[in-house]
Design a protein around this ligand. Structure first.
Ligand code: NAD
Ligand code: G6P
Ligand code: MN
Length: 448
């Protein structure tokens, strides 16, 4: 291992995930040494609250790290090796609308799926492309690890519009589920598991889970999931909406007893059930405002006021350690096997080669090398091709300024049952997103 120390910028420095990432970086300096850490955000006020607390955490644990929080792209993106991107264009204010507008019409209202995910996608594409352009201007050799959602739509957009850029789109949901699998199997960590998996982001299936000796653990896991979904014996710290999601995995599993599903499939396969359990006046955004967001900003204020992070309740977490593992794999060309979103290139034999699939890859200095997953069954192929068309139509709508393409995307989505309903929701979303979406000139009906 060389003795190089790395320079990292976190784009979306004001994110609720930032303190966890900083803490995890500090816990892993022996494995991934850093010399400079920067925060970049376009909301300086929000970011500063997080930065003031993180500056104290860094000063106490690793004062040699240079730290800077900025809203200036030139400062933020110069001299960096890695960009960790986690922006939420429109912030929670817009996520709330993504959830509540469709729900008002009796349709799933969710951050990354259905009409809400499509609306968020149209906001995120421009934001993430802008980050790529800053990175390429100021640090052309850097890699971007992008978590900004909806990662599926962002991945289609970055692959089509910046095909040569050094960006890898990633997700922590499979890691979160595999962490649950490890607990079900009474293992210490998901890292003790080998697996095969295919799909799109938030739209995939495990086909194999083994221990490091090669023993097949699927039958044991499937027997558990058939009865409990991914619910663990102790869920005391889990929020209500997530408990419902882990529970519902058993209904999703029932549709294909050969595999194990990603939890997000519930929105596509049981949308009516999801709507029945939703409160249009109190959605996940409200839960987060009273939960994670409140906790993070109160905890940051405590650190800043007391001048020390020694009693802080922030913890390092798997979300962050996955990003760091990915940085390490690139930095040291380890060829570690990791799940990322990447152009298919034949890895799933019976899907188009340009589909942005989420599959295991070997990760090295030149990015992901997809691993063959063979042919997939008709059920999954049908679902994936429909959803992939939806995601590509959203990118078409963004590039062409096409209302028609966006209406088609919403109408094709398995979550929206009717094109008339799709249009009613779309018209409200257009109005709500007028500060963020490109103008949709093509095919927009004249107001009557
Ligand atoms: P958050 O709203 O707390 O933080 C997002 C930050 O991004 C805010 O500080 C905001 O000001 C900033 N921002 C918005 N637009 C920007 C732009 N154009 N340029 C620079 N900064 C901008 O959100 P959060 O809940 O902490 O989530 C952050 C992001 O991470 C979201 O996109 C979320 O969906 C994503 N996320 C993804 C995964 C995954 O599995 N891929 C997991 C967790 C979170
Ligand atoms: C998982 C998914 C992310 C998503 C998050 C939502 O981690 O992989 O893509 O953003 O859940 O969590 P939240 O707590 O913001 O609803
Ligand atoms: Mn995700």
């Amino acid at each position: 291992m060389s003795d190089k120390k790395f320079s990292v910028v976190i784009a979306g420095g004001g994110s609720t995930y930032t303190p966890g990432i900083v803490l995890t970086l500090l816990d892993n300096l022996d494995k991934f040494p850093i010399r400079s850490l920067k925060f970049y955000d376009n909301d300086g006020e929000r970011q500063q609250k997080v930065a003031d607390a993180c500056a104290i955490m860094i000063k106490e644990r690793a004062p040699e790290i240079e730290f800077l929080a900025t809203t200036n792209p030139a400062e933020g993106f110069s001299d960096v090796d890695f960009v960790m991107a986690q922006i939420r264009v429109g912030k929670y204010e817009m996520r709330e609308k993504d959830e509540k507008i469709p729900l008002k019409h009796g349709v799933v209202g969710q951050e990354t799926t259905g009409p809400g995910g499509i609306a968020y996608g149209l906001r995120s594409i421009g934001g993430v492309l802008e980050l790529i352009d800053y990175m390429e201007k100021y640090s052309p050799n850097a890699w971007m690890l992008n978590y900004s959602n909806p990662a599926a739509i962002v991945a289609v957009a970055t692959n089509r519009l910046r095909p040569k850029s050094k960006i890898i789109n990633i997700c922590d949901m499979p890691i979160g589920i595999m962490d649950r699998m490890a607990k079900i199997l009474k293992l210490d960590s998901y890292k003790e598991l080998d697996f095969d998996y295919y799909g799109l982001n938030h739209f995939g299936w495990w086909t194999a889970v083994r221990d490091k000796k090669g023993n097949n653990l699927m039958p044991q896991l499937q027997a558990y999931v058939r009865e409990h979904g991914y619910i663990l014996p102790d869920e005391s710290g889990t929020e209500k909406s997530w408990r419902e999601t882990f529970e519902m995995a058993k209904n999703v599993y029932a549709l294909d007893p050969e595999t194990l599903p990603n939890t997000y499939l519930k929105y596509y396969l049981y949308p009516q059930e999801v709507v029945k359990h939703s409160d249009p006046n109190h959605t996940r955004t409200d839960e987060i405002r009273l939960g994670r967001e409140k906790f993070v900003f109160e905890e940051c204020a405590k650190i800043t006021e007391s001048g020390t992070a020694q009693n802080s309740a922030f913890k390092s977490d798997e979300h962050a350690s996955y990003i760091i593992d990915l940085c390490r794999a690139i930095a040291y060309n380890t060829k570690e096997r990791m799940l990322v979103i990447t152009p298919n290139k034949g890895a799933v034999e019976n899907l188009d080669s340009d589909t942005m699939v989420e599959i295991p890859c070997l990760i090295g200095a030149n990015g992901p090398e997809p691993l063959a997953q063979g042919k997939i069954p008709r059920f999954q192929k049908g679902l994936i091709e429909e959803q992939n068309s939806v995601e590509n139509l959203v990118v078409d709508a963004w590039t062409e300024g096409s209302y028609t393409k966006l209406w088609q995307a919403l109408s094709l989505s398995k979550i929206v049952p009717d094109a008339g309903l799709a249009k009613a929701i779309l018209d409200e979303l257009v109005e709500a997103n007028k500060d963020y979406w490109p103008e949709l000139k093509i095919g927009r009906p004249e107001p009557v």
